[in-house]
Design a protein around this ligand. Structure first.
Ligand SMILES: N[C@@H](CCC(=O)N[C@@H](CS)C(=O)NCC(=O)O)C(=O)O
Length: 215
């Protein structure tokens, strides 16, 4: 049995979907929507009690969660593809730094803008959460832009799965709820043009945009 990716179109699971396609490994995928009740369903909770995507089921039935962990795991299955820098190098630490920042700072800020209902009740409280989230987004996206200025890819001259993870945050930044907070990002846009032109990335973006349910 190949790996099975549990994903929701356009969610952070997009990064792992791209990673699997880049890896060339055989995989299956199952869609559980994060905004239509799919991830909250009893069927999905039985698969992943955390009720979030992404999740990756391995050949032996083990379930792995958390996008950053899944990205690292996929890269390690295909070391020749060099989807992540070698362990023990500063580049590897830099990749972990990017992933930690995206997962623990930028993602929660985005969540407070897209899903304030997860943090507050009542319209006024939700708007306050959203407004504060937007202030964080302005700071974080300026930080991303600064780090990407002068770079071909997040880690320098070579594509890595950090770039696959950044695709998610670039797509989210274009959504109307986030847009008012997002500064001009010419460097981020240029890196993403390069990344999204990769055949594997373009294929998965098309697939998720079409909302297709099968491979
Ligand atoms: N820390 C997790 C967060 C995963 C997460 O929040 N995924 C969202 C989609 S982007 C989700 O499943 N949301 C459904 C929900 O919160 O009910 C990770 O980085 O993988």
């Amino acid at each position: 049995m190949p790996f099975t990716l549990f994903y929701s179109p356009g969610a952070c699971s997009l990064s792992c979907h791209i990673a699997l396609e880049e890896s060339g490994l055989p995989y299956e995928r199952r869609r559980f929507g994060s905004t239509d009740g799919g991830t909250e369903s009893a069927e999905y909770r039985a698969i992943n009690p955390r009720g979030r995507v992404p999740a990756l089921r391995l050949e032996d039935g083990t379930l792995l969660t958390e996008a950053a962990a899944i990205l690292g795991f996929i890269a390690e299955q295909v070391p020749d593809k060099k989807l992540m820098p070698a362990h023990g190098t500063l580049d590897y630490a830099r990749a972990r730094e990017w992933m930690g920042f995206l997962a623990s700072s930028v993602h929660p800020a985005i969540r407070s803008v897209f899903r304030p209902d997860k943090y507050a009740e009542g319209d006024a409280a939700k708007e306050e959460v959203r407004a504060r989230g937007r202030r964080w987004l302005a700071t974080y996206y300026s930080d991303i832009e600064g780090r990407l200025t002068g770079q071909q890819y997040a880690l320098g001259d070579a594509f890595s799965l950090v770039d696959a993870y950044l695709v998610v945050f670039h797509k989210w930044s274009a959504r109307p709820l986030a847009q008012p907070a997002i500064p001009p990002m010419p460097a981020f846009d240029a890196v993403m043009s390069r990344v999204c032109a990769r055949p594997a990335v373009a294929k998965i973006l098309d697939f998720e945009a079409a909302g297709a349910k099968d491979r």
